[in-house]
Design a protein around this ligand. Sequence first.
Ligand SMILES: Cc1cc2nc3c(=O)[nH]c(=O)nc-3n(C[C@H](O)[C@H](O)[C@H](O)COP(=O)(O)OP(=O)(O)OC[C@H]3O[C@@H](n4cnc5c(N)ncnc54)[C@H](O)[C@@H]3O)c2cc1C
Length: 470
Amino acid sequence: MTAKRIALVLAYLLFPAAFSLAFRLLSEDAAFYPPLYSMAIGAGISSYALFCLQFVLAARPRFVERAFGLDSIFRIHIAMALAATALAIAHRQLFIAARGEGSDYWAYVLGRLALLAYLAAGVAALLFLAKTPLSRLKPVAALVAFGRKAGFNYGRSKAMHNLTLLISALACAHAFNVPAVAFYPALRAAMAVPFALALGFWLYHKAGRPTRSYALRSMTQLSPLVTRLEAVPKGRRDAAAFAARKAGQFAFVRLRPPAPGAAGLTREFHPFTISSPPSADGSLAFSVKAAGDWTMALYDAIGAFPGADVAAERAWALELDGPYGRFSLEDRTPRGCEAGPLVFIAGGIGITPFLSMAGALGKDSGRRVLILWGARTRDDLAGLDELIPLSGRGGSGVRTVPILSNDPLWEGRKGFVDRAAIAELAAEELADPRSSYWICGPEPMRILVVKALRALGVPRRRIRYENFSL
Ligand SMILES: Cc1cc2nc3c(=O)[nH]c(=O)nc-3n(C[C@H](O)[C@H](O)[C@H](O)COP(=O)(O)OP(=O)(O)OC[C@H]3O[C@@H](n4cnc5c(N)ncnc54)[C@H](O)[C@@H]3O)c2cc1C
């Protein structure tokens, strides 16, 4: 762990502790409280401070993202939000054990409301936003499917998640009204700090985050379900933001058609890997598979895109926030594998980071690059045309092997990217201790591939993967 990461983790963990300490120092009575009551206050303050800290993570500030990567940030966010909820429950139970239900009306009502809202928001987020092992349980999956049908889609769930700011306001109001704080102005001021932090980061995330403006140059249908967007920076500052991007990184994308045409192209940002290699002119490409409301709407919008009318095309803007991500050879190559063979294993649209990485390496990189691409049918091989020119003579350059599971007319390899396929197709790479393995695809496939690689003797430290869910 780098010094920067350690410093950030310490600051994060010490923030709630610092608030408990501030309470003890600023309160004239704290030293005389019985231990159970002190513990109740400590749990309450820590819960409130930790809850407010979640807005810092959710705002994905760049200095945190660069240190941990966005997928880790969201995993920490889920774990810490759960910890804050557990502390809130502990706060209430300890308080009842120490003092009974309490007699201060507003403190009681606000505290009760905040706790109920914590729980409701937590359950809703776990069900409809997060991908956790819980999501794989059949009854949970059925409940989520029912909710989605009833209109509780990802976008709406995310919009509703914004209400958590009100919960932090409720928790702050509760803290203001408890008698232990209410009579001390200094304590009240201290209690406002976590809420001010939450509000500040929320506003930054919603309104202050700098985004980059790109003009859409083309919008083409790569396969029956995949759309390729190609965009060029509108100005020098827009180009500069992506100038140092690494192959494999992604951006949050929002499409702005000149008139709000395609229904469903809502204004929220969606993450997509930049599938083109870094280029001098700053152009970026994205390959987007129609998977839900927004991506379907994008797919439907192709018909409205003005083919050759350059002026009309430039009215179609992409707003971008990025680049993000640590799934790049520069950031994640295991030690000792810097010049070794690369095995890229993709599932379906999970090919996008490898399109960028393989394109950046080109056919003369001097490294063996093998791409095993699992998909259902030929229609899922969107982007294969970009990989074929990268193969060199005699096994040099980028060797791409599509493996199709559901295409009877396919004359290439059929089946899955399983242990047998990897053992046979990557025999030379498996024998080389400098080989590294990079996986991107649906989670079930990723789990199977990691297991297969481990069974074939590949150490975990030489396996890297990217999730397409945050
Ligand atoms: C790092 C990363 C890179 C990705 N790269 C690609 C790519 O190159 N090509 C591609 O086709 N897909 C990619 N995806 C997946 C893509 O973001 C989703 O398919 C898309 O956002 C679905 O939106 P929807 O409204 O059409 O579908 P929905 O049915 O609303 O959502 C389907 C799932 O997509 C995710 N999702 C939806 N909206 C958002 C959002 N605003 N922010 C974060 N996650 C969201 C959620 O996990 C959700 O469960 C990537 C995802 C991530 C996290």
